[in-house]
Structure formats: structure tokens, C-alpha cells
Ligand binder design. Structure first.
Ligand code: SAM
Length: 210
């Protein structure tokens, strides 16, 4: 079978679609997608996290995939980072890199078996996007975050508009503080021409009380 590609990923509809696509993509994701598409989001998200987290941990990487966020966090050896993903094949790739403390196979569109208030930082790149995860998952992430935890979540900007993220952030206004959005390119200049204008909102906020 040919490697899946970005357009196939954006066209997914269900968690089972995601499991099936990423099972086939895991082996070649870093080379056939991230390198070829000049995919910059994980590095951007990792750098923003390092800038705002001020040592708070442990960190949960949501939709960790092959580990590109953790790979790009400066001084990551000083941090405890857990990987959460629906795809065991993607988690297996990240495990080969030895970047994470724990590997959690879970579907974020459903309740997840993680205790309340255990993470000091929650980070995500490329998972709040077309055909993947919607705004409802933010409730779960708030539940498992400690008071004061920092969040750095990339949200594909078209997905943000189409799936009610603005309303979601308004609805959780009393639970979060210091909300800030940075809007950045997902792909660099050598990425796919038809995706050159794809942007992500990087949502940075803290869980109250800060
Ligand atoms: C585009 S990849 C991003 C991976 C990595 N963060 C990166 O930036 O390279 C999206 C990831 O989200 C995961 N994913 C998709 N749906 C999910 C769900 N419902 N729950 C948890 N993870 C999910 C996929 O398995 C995949 O690893």
C-alpha cells in the first residue's frame, strides 16, 4: 500500500479512521511527511512550551505521534514527558526514540483513564486538526491538568473556525487564565505548495487558579 498523505489525513472522519491511517503511516511519517512537507508545527510548539512552562511538569504530549514535539523541546532531558495517542503504531515509533516516560494509548474523543490534576503542562501539535480531535477534548485535558498548569495547543486555523473552538474557549473562560493565540504557518517554504497558507492557532493558557 502507498503511504498515506496529508490530504488523506485531513479527510479522516472517525477515531477508527485515524487508527487505520496512522497504523500505515507510522513507519514513514517522519521521512515521507514531516521532512518532505517541511512540517514546522512540532518545533514551534516545543519552543513555545519551553518559553512559557517555567519548569512545570510532568508534561503530557497529546497526539504525540512519533515524538516530534518532545524531540524538539530544549532541555527535554530535565523533563518528565508522557505520550498520549490513539495509535499504538505511532507510539511504538516514539518509543524507539526513548523520549517519553510513559506511553498512553487512548482516544481523546472519549473519557480517558487518567487521574485528575496530575500534569503541570499539556502540549499538542497537529492533533486538533481536520478529521482528528475537536474542542470537546479540552475538557478532558483540563481535568487531568494541575491548577496553574500551562497549555500549548496547536489548532489548525480552519478547524478552529469550523468546529467551534472560539465558543469553546468562551465557555471555559472561568476555568482558564492568560489565554493568548499566536497564528503561525504549519509548513515551511519547501512544503506542499497547496498547503503553503495553512495556519495554526497556537493557544497558550493556564488552568485556574494560577
Ligand atoms: C498529524 S499527527 C501529529 C503527531 C505529532 N504531534 C506531530 O506533530 O508530528 C496526529 C496524531 O493524532 C493522533 N490522534 C488522532 N486522533 C486521535 C484521538 N482521537 N485521540 C488521540 N490521538 C489521536 C494520531 O494517531 C496522530 O499520531
Amino acid at each position: 500500500m502507498d503511504d498515506p498523505d496529508l490530504d488523506a489525513a485531513y479527510a479522516l472522519k472517525t477515531p477508527d479512521d485515524n487508527r487505520a491511517l496512522y497504523a500505515n503511516w507510522a513507519d514513514s511519517y517522519d521521512s515521507s511527511f514531516a521532512d518532505e512537507a517541511d512540517y514546522r508545527l512540532p518545533q514551534i510548539v516545543a519552543f513555545v512550551l519551553a518559553d512559557v512552562m517555567r519548569g512545570s511538569g510532568p508534561v503530557l504530549d497529546v497526539g504525540a505521534g512519533t515524538g516530534l514535539v518532545a524531540q524538539n523541546i530544549p532541555d527535554r532531558d530535565a523533563l518528565e514527558i508522557d505520550a498520549l495517542d490513539i495509535s499504538p503504531e505511532m507510539l511504538a515509533q516514539s518509543a524507539k526514540k526513548g523520549l517519553y516516560r510513559a506511553y498512553i494509548e487512548a482516544d481523546l474523543t472519549k473519557p480517558v483513564d487518567i487521574p485528575d490534576e496530575i500534569y503541570g503542562a499539556v502540549v499538542s501539535a497537529g492533533t486538533f486538526t481536520h478529521g482528528h480531535v475537536g474542542p470537546e477534548a479540552i475538557d478532558t485535558l483540563l481535568r487531568i491538568a494541575k491548577p496553574g498548569a500551562v497549555f500549548v495547543l496547536s489548532i489548525n486555523s480552519e478547524h478552529f473556525s469550523a468546529h467551534g473552538f472560539e465558543a469553546k474557549f468562551a465557555a471555559i473562560e472561568s476555568e482558564i487564565a492568560q489565554l493568548d493565540f499566536r497564528i503561525l504557518d504549519i509548513y515551511g517554504p519547501s512544503g506542499p505548495p497547496e498547503h503553503q497558507n495553512d495556519k495554526a492557532h497556537i493557544a497558550v493558557f493556564r488552568k485556574r487558579p494560577v
